[in-house]
Design a protein around this ligand. Structure first.
Ligand SMILES: Cc1ncc(C[n+]2csc(CCOP(=O)(O)OP(=O)(O)O)c2C)c(N)n1
Ligand SMILES: [Mg+2]
Length: 541
């Protein structure tokens, strides 16, 4: 037993769980916590931002880039709500982000007295936003609750967790027992189900593998399985990079949809399988096998032929052991897939302006460099055409498609992964959501490279108004700052690039500069619509 404050015990528990940074914005409700962080600042640096959303997005980006849990700390009420979109996105992306949130004095919680930053039912709000949340009520339970939060972030379907603590409780001193992680829960593999999956896949004539974010740490296994089955692997936003894009069996939309239409067995790995099942259709000629950490998810649209519940990697390992005994002889689909990919590229060439800029960026971002996506014309096209060579190098916001997430998320990715370059792309609309965090990039010397495509509009919204609403344009034109001068005013490196060639040259300079963040503005015009390649009609029914 040690005598410690709640805050000291919490910080010691974070360190015991391997946390090496806390993304944070202080305030009076967390003064004791920040004092405890001060005392451990060599082991556990605090990275402060200029807005709470920046702290939460940075934790999210760090979690996505490292596959490890990350932590942010903010004041209650407005501080918490300022992190709301990031916490929601972390939930949607199953990202292990721990939110440490302040609270008003313990004795007044729930009384509606009007304390600074008081918010009605904060614990109820946290419980809606996460699958695990708790209030730390004394120093003795801090370490245990931190350990439970970390366990919950990894058990079953991963995701964020939240701990709140009252302003007076952070500073309370008391006896603190063991500060250590809990053992991960035992997981077992349903052997009968794996045999059934091996039989079904082994007998299939046209298998398809669909990957989501839950497959990111099973790249090797998916690659081997795809080879064994000669099965194409579809990844769209979160599943990109599980199978290297240079592999002819690696597909995105819209080729994936055609393959869905032809498949007799589809294996979903760590994916909601929402678009294929809801938009592309289901029929009795398609057997679905699911590998998912969440049993409810696996059966959401239709009871699958086989459900394998648990972590994808060990389940796929077992499947790879069993499959050879059941697998039919298969001819290589390499030539067929190369030919179909080439044909699809001709169709996608409709997106030529986006593709030329994306190719320029891909040519300069090293193979293991991390691309962080945004809800922009370039982003929509990147999801279809950007070649991804390694898992966790294509960070896209999943079904929240949360405009403005990108820059601060990329900042977190670059902070946590100093060893590789990180490239954030953004429209002029999305960038200004968190562009203030350029100050954070300067202060903490984070050499993120950002490309801002400025068309003076919420271009996506504008095109929809033009094409579908008789050109009645509303709330879509933007008055921009001079992005180069704006970035320079923070001390960042900045330049303007007027063509794909100029963008390449600017990026080469930017990636060579590890001392500073860089912003490159690329003025662009209206771009062709990507929707025919994304919102596609059913191919089965
Ligand atoms: C949080 C959030 N708010 C609003 C939207 C709706 N939305 C989707 S794209 C878009 C415009 C994006 O503009 P910009 O970043 O400039 O990219 P562009 O379309 O011009 O390439 C908007 C407002 C969204 N996806 N997320
Ligand atoms: Mg724009």
């Amino acid at each position: 037993m040690h005598q410690m404050t709640t805050a000291e015990a919490t910080v010691a528990a974070l360190i015991a769980h391997g946390i090496d940074a806390v993304y944070a914005l202080p305030g009076t409700h967390s003064d004791h916590l920040f004092d405890a962080l001060y005392k451990q600042k060599d082991q556990l640096p605090t990275i402060h931002t200029r807005h709470e959303q920046g702290a939460a997005y940075m934790a999210l980006g760090a979690a996505l880039a490292t596959a490890k849990p990350q932590v942010y700390a903010v004041v209650p009420g407005p501080g918490l709500l300022n992190t709301g979109a990031a916490l929601l996105t972390a939930y949607g992306m199953n990202a292990p982000v721990l939110a440490l949130i302040g609270q008003i004095p313990h004795a007044d919680i729930g009384r509606g007295v009007g304390h600074l930053h008081e918010i009605r039912d904060q614990s109820g709000i946290l419980a809606r936003l996460t699958d695990f949340s708790a209030r730390v009520a004394n120093p003795g339970e801090a370490a245990r609750l931190v350990a439970e939060a970390f366990q919950a972030m990894r058990a079953g379907r991963p995701g964020p967790a939240a701990l709140e603590c009252a302003i007076d409780v952070w500073g309370q001193r008391g006896d603190v027992g063991a500060i250590a992680p809990l053992r991960p829960p035992e997981s077992s593999i349903d052997e009968d189900a794996v045999v059934a999956a091996a039989r079904c896949l082994g007998a299939s004539r046209r298998p398809l593998i669909v990957c989501g974010g839950g497959a990111q740490d099973a790249s090797e296994e998916v690659t081997l399985l795809s080879e064994m089955l000669q099965a194409p692997v579809l990844g769209y936003r979160r599943g990109r990079g599980v199978l290297d894009s240079r592999n002819p069996l690696s597909v995105t939309l819209p080729l994936g949809r055609l393959l869905w239409g032809e498949a007799d067995v589809a294996l979903g790995v760590g994916t909601r399988l929402q678009m294929p099942q809801q938009a592309w259709g289901l029929d009795d000629d398609l057997a679905i096998i699911r590998i998912d950490a969440d049993p409810q998810q696996a059966a959401r649209f239709r009871e699958p032929a086989v459900a394998l519940i648990g972590d994808a990697k060990p389940i796929l390992r077992r499947l790879l052991d069993l499959l050879p005994a059941h697998n039919r002889l298969r001819e290589s689909r390499k030539e067929e897939m190369l030919e179909r990919q080439a044909r699809m590229r001709t169709q996608l060439a409709k997106l030529a302006p986006q593709i030329a800029l994306l190719e320029a960026m891909r040519a300069e971002l090293p193979e293991d460099g991390i691309y962080v996506d945004e809800v922009t014309q370039l982003g929509f096209a990147a999801r279809l055409t950007w070649p991804v060579y390694k898992p966790r190098t294509f960070l896209s916001p999943g079904y929240q498609d949360n405009l403005g997430w990108g820059f601060a998320t990329a900042l977190g990715a670059q902070h946590a992964r100093r060893d590789v370059p990180v490239l954030a792309i953004s429209g002029d609309g999305g960038f200004l959501y968190t562009a203030n965090e350029l100050a954070t990039a300067m202060h903490h010397r984070i050499p993120l490279v950002t490309v801002v495509f400025s068309d003076g509009a919420f271009g996506n919204v504008r095109r929809i108004q033009e094409e579908r609403y008789g050109n009645r344009l509303i709330a879509c034109d933007l008055t921009n700052p001079d992005f180069v001068r704006y970035a320079e005013s923070f001390g960042a490196a900045a330049e303007r690039a007027g063509s794909p060639e100029q963008l390449r040259a600017a990026l080469r300079r930017a990636f060579a500069n590890r001392a500073q963040p860089t912003v490159i503005e690329v003025p662009v015009g209206p771009m062709p619509s990507p929707w025919e390649f994304i919102h596609m009609p059913a191919v089965r029914n």
